[in-house]
Structures are given as C-alpha cells and as structure tokens.
Design a protein around this ligand. Structure first.
Ligand SMILES: O=C(O)CCC(=O)C(=O)O
Ligand SMILES: [Fe+2]
Length: 357
C-alpha cells in the first residue's frame, strides 16, 4: 500500500476515471458514490435559474461606460464572488489552440499520460488532488496540474511534450492570462478605491500562476457522484475556460447551487480567499463545485493566480484608513500556504476561520 501523504502538498495515486468510464459501466464503483451529498442536480432546470453577473471588459476601459461597469463589477464581487467576463482581450485563437492541446492530451493513451503522473511529495502532474487515505471517497474526474509562472525554463520539462505544440501554445496562453489577470485586478482596485499599484502589479512579472485542467468523463450515475467537491479557491483569482457547452460548474448563491452556463469565448472569474482577505471581506470567495453529466464529458482549463511571494496577504491598508477594523490576519504568502497545506482535506471552513481575527 502506498505511504499516505502527511499534508495536502501531495496525493495518493488513484485510478483514471477516464479509463473507468471507457468500460461502459452501468453503475459507479462504491468509492465514487457520495452519500454525503443529497442535493446533486446534474442538469440546469431552465426558467428559474439565476444567472451569473456578466462583465464586459471593453465597457470598463471606455471612459463613457466605465463608472457603470465598475459598479457592476463591484456588486458582482460582493454579492457573488464570481462572474463571467467577455471582451477580455484573450484572442479566440489562443483559447481555441489551448483547448485543442488539452483535449489531445486527455485523448492520449493512459500509458502516455502516466509519463506525467504525480510523484510522492508533489501535486504537480497527472492524477488527483488531496487524496490522503485509501478510504477517502473520490471525485469523478482526472486532472493535470502544472506550474506555469514565474516562468523558468526548467518548468517546461514538467509540461506535456505531447502533443508536440503544447509548450509553445501554453507559453502564449499564459502570457495572455497574465495580462487579463492584471487588468481585472486593476479594475477591482478601482472598484474598491485602492490606489496602491502593488495591489495589481503583484500579479504581474513576479506573480505566481498554476494551471489545473479538469477532465470530467460522462458518468452512468451522475447524481451519485461529485466532479469536484464544494470548496473555495484559496488563491488570489481564478480564470476558468470552459471547453464545450456542457455545464458542470455550480456556485452556491443564497443557499442554492446555481449552474454557470458556458458562454462561448467568455472566461469565468472567481475570487479566491487571498482576494477576500485583501478586500477585508468586502468581496467573498464563493463556494463552488462541479457536477458531471450522463452523456457528455467536460473539460475545464483553470488558471490559478497569486500575487508575488513578496506580497503580504491581508487587508489592504487603504481599506482600514477609515477606521474599519481588519477582519483577517496578515501573513506572508509562504505562511498562508503552509497553513492551507497543513489543514486536513475537506476542512476549508476551519481553514478560513483560522485566518480571521
Ligand atoms: O472544473 C470546474 O468547473 C471547477 C474547477 C475548480 O473549481 C477548481 O479547479 O478549483
Ligand atoms: Fe475552484
């Protein structure tokens, strides 16, 4: 039996769900059956669904429409913590190319993908996150986790070399994602009336960025499994590219799980806990999860951004000048992640609470 991880920094190896799904099972194996969820709805119900706020980047740039769009952005971040972003400047070509590369990666034979399998001690690679015991229930997904920024030539080797254009396309994609992240953070600073340039510049050249690409195969009993368990993102900000029109991502809004309906070319932007802390709780990192589909697979490319490691994680000083008390502790990025990785899996709420004053 493999040695169990002693922190969330690495994960036990688990079977490939894609391989399981290819056996055309009629039922899912017990380890995937989630009796702990009673509210799994796997297809949008139509008329009465709430819709995520939609933010248009060009309207934030245009002086004539800026004030109104910034107000929308502020409300979206306060009330939802997540929104869909259109006209964000990332080219269709870049989105399409990246999607194609990841689709091709997941279509490779298992043996080929296993060249990138996670190793004990690290989350990087092909596998699963946060599996810490042989008894733990599993999610219905396979995942590739790679570090992308700050870019160093040695991290190239940990990226797929097959498909052969993968690395070149990823370098371009990440550069575009970095630009859009800095722009969003700049508009968020404006919406919060924070004048400190570090608030957004810390996501620029020294900013950290990882990618998590989730592949959710079709599932014979989708209402019995979970694609990704409810969680808040612990980083600064997450940009998610949907690769098809299959919905799966859900956000908890006023006690209800709301589907994020894919919009062609849009990015879904999700506030992470670091940004919640920096905004002194004005913005909230939302709980979200993914469900899976009976007949369709789904692929989501998730770019996870953090400020540079020299940045202090805690309420922005300008938000405290009016006498508002800090609601969160202030710590280094390293201390912050130490605290996260050493919290047991499934304990996101205690983790957040540990950071509150
Ligand atoms: O794949 C999805 O739709 C959700 C992914 C997600 O929440 C994550 O990777 O943190
Ligand atoms: Fe997430």
């Amino acid at each position: 039996m493999a040695k169990a991880p002693n922190s969330r920094r690495w994960s036990l190896p688990v079977p490939s769900v894609q391989e399981l799904a290819s056996q055309h099972l009629h039922t899912v194996p017990p380890r995937y059956v989630r009796d702990d969820f009673s509210d799994i709805i796997t297809v949008p119900s139509g008329d009465h669904q709430l819709r995520l706020p939609l933010i248009d980047m060009t309207k934030m740039v245009n002086p004539e429409t800026q004030a109104v769009e910034l107000h929308k952005l502020h409300s979206a971040c306060k009330e939802w913590g997540i929104f869909q972003l259109i006209n964000h400047g990332v080219s269709d070509e870049s989105l399409r190319n990246m999607r194609k590369q990841f689709e091709e990666f997941f279509e490779l034979p298992l043996q080929e993908k296993k060249h990138l399998a996670q190793r004990p001690g690290s989350n990087e690679g092909y596998g699963h996150l946060f599996v810490m015991s042989e008894e733990q229930k599993l999610e219905w997904q396979d995942m590739l986790f790679i570090k992308v920024l700050p870019f160093q030539s040695k991290i190239l080797e940990s990226w797929p070399g097959n498909p052969y254009k993968f690395r070149e396309i990823l370098v371009n994609y990440v550069e575009e994602m970095r630009k859009v992240t800095v722009s969003i953070m700049k508009f968020i600073a404006m919406a919060l009336q924070i004048k400190d340039e570090d608030f957004y510049e810390s996501y620029n050249k020294e900013g950290k960025c990882d990618m998590r690409v989730n592949f959710y195969p079709a599932c014979p009993e989708p209402e019995k499994v979970i694609g990704i368990h409810p969680h808040v993102d612990v980083h600064g900000i997450t940009l998610l590219q949907e690769c098809s029109d299959t919905s799966g991502l859900q956000v908890l809004k006023d006690g209800h799980w709301v589907f994020v309906e894919p919009i062609d070319g849009a990015l879904t932007v999700d506030i992470g806990l670091i940004l919640e802390m920096m905004s002194n709780g004005i913005y909230k990192a939302p709980f979200h999860r993914a469900v899976v589909n009976k007949s369709k697979e789904r692929l989501a490319i998730v770019t996870i951004c953090c400020p540079s490691s020299s940045c202090r994680i805690g309420p922005a000083k300008q938000l405290l000048q009016s006498g508002s008390p800090p609601l969160y502790k202030s710590l280094t990025l390293e201390e912050y992640f130490e605290c996260f990785y050493n919290s047991p899996p499934g304990s996101d709420i205690p983790f957040i609470d540990k950071l509150k004053i």
